[in-house]
Design a protein around this ligand. Structure first.
Ligand SMILES: Nc1ncnc2c1ncn2[C@@H]1O[C@H](COP(=O)(O)OP(=O)(O)O)[C@@H](O)[C@H]1O
Ligand SMILES: [Mg+2]
Length: 360
């Protein structure tokens, strides 16, 4: 099922509008991530989809049906929260059956459905236990099974993995993706973790200050951020942002003048800075920086250097280039992960040479 927001705004109280005129469509049968920093309006957006909140203005559609005034029960959504919210006095089996019991489904059918779901989320051996006897990951599996019990029209997950340790988060993330693909249920997954969103989503909607910053596939967001906020938010370590003023003449040979005259910052991903003698596809400019520090972290070396009065970080300069103990580093930029932004922070040029269009 598709979800469409049409000019949706929300304010909790009269003074402060939290979401401003949102217009978007969540595709049927896919997993869409709502991603953004804490307080940007992710849970608020999710609760508008579920019907726990009603918009202050605008309309919400499920497929062609206007559900703006329908409450949560009528919308047939499944929800999973960060804190599992299982009933502690019920067994796992009773927890999964609970929504079916409320819907007066026959006992025999309840059990059949619960066993099917337990198998899907790999908790078939825990059905007689109480939530308190399960690990965090297992509890979250139960919560997911319960949310799917009534075959919801849409599954909504609000930071479902935030309480789990790092390894389990990755495992459960992949598990949720598998379950989503297996059931084909339209899913909206809220997270503040860009890495999680990049791994799990078909499409990512990046929210900040109650507005959609960009809404497209994970790789397109990485390769073509629409503005400085998105460029900084996606990718770890963060992009370097370098004032362009003193560098303009060096870029003049290959960047159209009308773009260059509006460009204010050079934005470079740390992995796009390479040694000057690299044989990769490079921009036709040579730069020189002063080495500040180089530290190796397993497979990566973080090289910090002073460039144009800024400290910049490079992660793809090979260790052997640094062993010559020279203070200056000659480097060049790759043709991916390099952008120019204007005064307002909009990205107006990308080094991979295609026209900048953010049409989706
Ligand atoms: N029930 C509420 N009453 C008033 N303000 C709220 C309420 N819930 C959230 N807010 C405010 O709305 C903004 C967005 O909150 P929320 O959607 O929870 O953000 P996120 O889930 O992205 O962290 C925040 O500024 C928050 O303080
Ligand atoms: Mg939230």
């Amino acid at each position: 099922m598709k979800v469409r927001f049409e000019n949706v705004s929300l304010n909790y109280d009269k003074q402060k509008e939290v979401l401003h005129n949102l217009n978007f469509e969540i595709p049927n049968g896919k997993l869409t991530c709502l991603l953004g920093p804490s307080g940007c309006g992710k849970s608020t957006t999710l609760n508008l989809i579920s019907g726990l909140l009603l918009p202050s203005a605008g309309k919400i559609y499920f497929d062609k049906q206007d559900v703006t005034k329908k409450d949560a029960l009528d919308r047939r959504v499944g929800m999973v929260f960060q804190n599992y919210a299982l009933y502690p006095h019920m067994t796992v089996l009773e927890n999964i059956c609970f929504p079916l019991k409320m819907a007066k489904v026959k006992k025999k059918d309840q059990l059949k459905r619960a066993q099917e779901l337990a198998k899907l989320v790999h908790i078939s051996n825990e059905l007689d236990k109480h939530p308190g006897e399960l690990s965090g990951g297992q509890q979250q599996r139960v919560a997911i099974a319960r949310s799917l019990a009534k075959s919801p029209s849409i599954l909504l997950l609000d930071e479902p993995l935030s309480n789990l340790d790092a390894r389990l988060r990755v495992e459960m993330r992949d598990e949720i993706r598998k379950i989503q693909v297996a059931t084909g249920v339209t899913t909206v997954f809220v997270t503040h973790d860009q890495d999680e969103a990049m791994h799990i989503a078909d499409k990512i909607m990046i929210l900040d200050t109650g507005e959609v910053q960009q809404y497209t596939t994970p790789n397109k967001i990485y390769d073509r951020p629409s503005n400085l906020f998105v460029a900084k938010f996606i990718g770890n370590p963060e992009v370097n942002v370098i004032p362009l003023a003193d560098l303009k003449s060096e870029f003049a040979s290959f960047i159209p003048n009308d773009i260059l005259k509006n460009a204010v910052s050079l934005i470079v991903r740390p992995e796009s800075i390479v040694s000057a003698d690299s044989t990769q596809k490079l921009l036709p400019v040579n730069f020189q920086g002063k080495l500040l520090s180089a530290s190796r972290f397993g497979k990566e070396t973080a090289v910090r250097m002073n460039f144009q009065g800024e400290t910049i970080l490079a992660t793809a300069i090979l260790q052997e280039k640094l062993e010559q103990k020279s203070e200056s580093i000659h480097f060049r930029l790759k043709t991916t992960g390099v952008f120019l932004s204007d005064q307002a922070g909009k990205i107006i040029w990308s080094a991979d040479g295609e026209r900048i269009v953010n049409d989706d």
